[in-house]
Design a protein around this ligand. Structure first.
Ligand code: AMP
Ligand code: ZN
Length: 142
């Protein structure tokens, strides 16, 4: 069993903030900011696309509950980031889908480094070309 399955089964300790039949939310052991929560489906799946849509949708419903709680809590929280690393190259270290939710505030030290070159607007033709590739792929999905 993976570590998050073991947490869901109660075999490993976790600081749980929410649990129901299909999902669980607990504190990340290496928080970006105090109150950094991970929401997981109880069903094991590595990638978001491996998850039944109901479980994926439910994970987002739980995220919304956690988000509201963070904002209402005594933790410092002036905004919230949600982050899902879907695949190794995308930064996924634990092979069980999990959604990071963490409080943000002014000068908290967190930032994403994005190369300026990457964000240069590519122009409509290239955007449309990428859009076509996605739409063509969608048409091929079940
Ligand atoms: P990711 O890099 O998106 O796969 O995130 C994995 C996250 O899981 C990291 O932020 C870790 O700090 C966190 N993590 C790993 N093991 C545990 C654990 N036993 N309990 C809580 N969080 C964990
Ligand atoms: Zn698992």
């Amino acid at each position: 069993m993976c570590i998050f399955c073991r947490i869901a089964a109660g075999e490993l300790p976790a600081s749980v903030v929410y649990e129901d039949e299909h999902a669980m939310a607990f504190l990340d052991i290496q928080p970006i900011n105090p109150g950094h929560v991970l929401v997981i489906p109880k069903k094991h799946a590595k990638l978001l696309v491996d998850l039944p849509p109901e479980d994926a949708g439910h994970m987002m419903r739980v995220a919304q509950i956690v988000d509201r709680a963070l904002r209402a809590s005594e933790l410092r929280c002036e905004g919230v980031n949600l982050f899902l690393a879907d695949g190794r190259v995308a930064g996924q270290d634990v092979d069980h889908v999990h959604l990071h939710i963490f409080p943000r505030y002014d000068d908290d030290g967190f930032s994403l480094h994005i190369d300026e070159e990457m964000r240069k607007p590519p122009g409509r033709a290239q955007l449309d070309e990428s859009a076509k590739m996605i739409v063509d792929a969608m048409d091929g999905l079940e």
